[in-house]
Design a protein. Structure first.
Length: 228
């Protein structure tokens, strides 16, 4: 029968197609798939994600509302380009939210979640020893997501998820600086130890120190450039 050869998109509801295009494009934006200020055209995106122009238009409106892209008359839709001040605001908010999540993780993490953090930390140590920068970065992202989930605090987690930290990193990370940053692994180990020993105050302090150090390293050159 020919029915099984028809286009799969015919089986998908409009809401499913919207959802898949939204998740796909947001993932690309979060992973740095586009440089800051890149113009996004409906024609290219509809072809890439296999949806109609009206669906992609709705996706872009949603992403603009969430701050991932900007939409301006005569300039079209572009990926977000942050000023130094905007980037600092986001990184400071991340410092506050993530330190609170770490404190809750020290109180609420299950034994399985603690073990997951231990495995990720070992993976990061192996990557650092082997000079695997991409692997270390992936482990770093996993570790922070694991801390967020181990906090079991949905309101804080939702607020954290609205931050556009990955887009700021895409724009401001200094690729000439060795990665991982000196002290990064030790800072993650301190966070883990505080969670392992169920010490919320230590977990808050360790995460605040870690994110603050990363923020200062990330934007030091950028703020210096702005002052010159």
């Amino acid at each position: 029968m020919n029915s099984k050869h028809h286009d799969d998109t015919a089986d998908k509801s409009p809401s499913t197609r919207h959802s898949q295009a939204y998740e796909g494009l947001r993932s690309l934006l979060q992973s740095g798939g586009f440089a800051p200020g890149t113009r996004l055209t409906e024609a290219d995106l509809t072809q890439r994600f296999g949806v109609s122009r009206s669906t992609m238009r709705a996706v872009l409106v949603q992403l603009a509302q969430e701050g991932y892209v900007t939409s301006e008359v005569n300039r079209g839709v572009r990926t977000r380009d942050f000023t130094v001040e905007e980037a600092l605001d986001i990184l400071e908010a991340r410092e506050t939210l993530e330190s609170a999540l770490a404190g809750k993780a020290a109180e609420r993490a299950t034994e399985e979640e603690v073990e997951g953090l231990r495995r990720t930390l070992q993976f990061m140590a192996d990557c650092q020893a082997g000079g695997d920068q991409a692997g270390y970065s992936q482990g770093n992202r996993t570790f922070h997501q694991q801390v967020k989930h181990a906090a079991h605090q949905q309101t804080l987690a939702r607020a954290y998820d609205t931050l556009l930290y990955s887009l700021v990193m895409r724009q401001y990370r200094d690729l000439t600086v060795p990665h991982p940053r000196t002290g990064s692994l030790e800072e993650h180990q301190a966070i883990f130890l505080a969670i392992l020993t169920r010490n919320p105050d230590a977990a808050v302090a360790a995460m605040r120190h870690h994110v603050g150090a990363a923020r200062r390293a990330l934007l030091l050159r950028s703020t210096q450039d702005a002052a010159e």
